[in-house]
Design a protein around this ligand. Structure first.
Ligand SMILES: *Cc1c(COP(=O)(O)O)cnc(C)c1O
Length: 411
């Protein structure tokens, strides 16, 4: 896309725009990166990689951790560690960024999309229960999807927008059916579920250090595991699966997926400030909640009693009948005033990238997609800028009501 075209798209930030989410890099990032350059440790091994992995083991009480090139790579390798094989099925929520579904295809498996619950927008445990109990049966010790005849081997709950899924019933249902739980915690670093860090509530967890996440390494990811040997296996697979690194002997398919020490240096400086960033983003969400409470048709994404969301992105539902505009109208109106906002992702059961899923009952994911809008949420967002976002949202409702009044009363 040319930069002029990109600049005219309402979802793309222009200079001076209040961005959706931008990194804050004024901690020890520079010091650590210069240390890499001075020491010559710039590539896919080095002290910052080791320190970042140690940080993850401590944070998640994990037996093992492996730093990788991206959150998507983390998901790919995690599915291999989970034993997912070509032709298997893997359960995913219909409402998520597409990367975990791509990862399922990378291992030759097929995603099965289940709906999300309407309250907190996460994978619905009751949809999981009904799929496992009514659409699957046990055949020769494994679970098989009766419609497709394929074995179902894993479930990938995604903590969408940083809000944890209701993991206790999900893990219980998965384990009683013999499924491995690979947690997509790429949006939820710093979030808590019943006081425990979201990320290793299942069997294997995946984190991301992409530039738009709550912390960044420029790019990168991490796999956290409950068994040390799985992290060792991840390190093996992500460094080209070398059986003998001197003689170049390889006995299986490997990947060049390791994180560099340069990236880990930035990532470590960022995670040192994770708790501070969570406080900042939660404060932003609370301020939106308070300031928008009186605006009809606008509702901030709620937080479950058992959840402490990192509020990576503050999202609202835009109800057109009460607000007077749909979420696209609000997004365009914000863009015209220099504010970047973004809708949620196209639900994956609608995506042309995957086999289509039969219709049936209306999907909660479709309604959330139709109504959801993410608002500027950077830790750097000043209260003056946030007040500007709020005043545009209030003003656009006034304008929509005025147009409605004139249409009814043209004289
Ligand atoms: C960002 C993201 C990923 C991928 O992480 P990358 O580091 O960008 O590869 C995976 N899943 C979800 C839900 C994400 O939001």
């Amino acid at each position: 896309m040319s930069s002029e075209r990109a600049a005219s798209e309402p979802g793309v930030p222009r200079p001076g725009m209040i961005p959706l989410s931008e990194p804050l890099l004024d901690g020890r990032e520079r010091e650590y990166v210069l240390d890499c350059l001075d020491s010559g440790w710039v590539s896919s091994a080095g002290p910052y990689v080791t320190r970042l992995e140690r940080w993850a083991r401590e944070r998640f009480s994990a037996a093992g951790a492996a730093a990788v090139a991206s959150g998507t790579a983390a998901l790919h390798i995690a599915l291999l560690l989970a034993g997912v094989r070509p032709g298997d099925e893997v359960i995913l929520p219909a409402l998520t960024f597409i990367a975990p579904a791509y990862a399922v295809r990378y291992v030759g498996a097929h995603p099965v999309f289940l709906d999300v619950e309407p309250e907190y927008w996460q994978l619905d445990p009751s949809a999981l229960r009904s799929f496992l109990r009514t659409s699957c049966s046990r055949e020769g010790g494994r679970l098989v999807d009766r419609r497709s005849g394929r074995p179902v081997t894993a479930v990938v709950p995604v903590h969408v927008l940083g809000h944890p899924c209701d993991m206790d019933p999900i893990v219980e249902l998965a384990h009683e059916s013999g499924l491995v739980v690979v947690e997509d915690a790429t949006e939820s670093l710093g979030s808590l579920y019943k006081g425990r860090p979201a990320g290793l509530l299942g069997d294997i967890g995946c984190l991301s250090f992409n530039g738009n996440k709550i912390v960044t390494a420029g790019g990168g990811g991490l796999i956290v595991t409950r068994r040390e040997e799985l992290a060792e296996r991840a390190a093996h697979l992500t460094t080209q699966a070398k059986d003998d690194p001197v003689e170049y002997v390889h006995s299986e398919l490997g990947f060049n997926y390791r994180l560099t020490n340069l990236q880990a240096a930035v990532g470590l400086a960022q995670v040192e400030r994770l708790d501070e960033f969570v406080v900042a983003r939660r404060r932003i969400a609370a301020a939106y909640g308070a300031a928008l409470a009186g605006v009809p048709g606008i509702e901030l994404m709620p937080e479950a009693p058992w959840a402490t969301s990192n509020r990576w992105l503050s999202a609202v539902l835009v109800r057109e009948p009460e607000y007077g505009q749909d979420r696209r109208g609000l997004m365009d109106g914000l863009a015209a005033e220099g504010v970047q906002a973004r809708p949620l992702w196209q639900p994956l059961h609608r995506s042309a990238a995957f086999e289509s899923v039969a219709g049936g009952a209306p999907w909660v994911a479709d309604r959330l997609h139709a109504e959801g809008l993410c608002l500027p949420s950077s830790a750097t967002l000043s209260s003056a800028d946030q007040a500007r976002v709020v005043s545009v949202i209030r003003g656009l409702r006034g304008a929509a009501r005025e147009r409605g009044r004139q249409a009814r009363d043209p004289g």
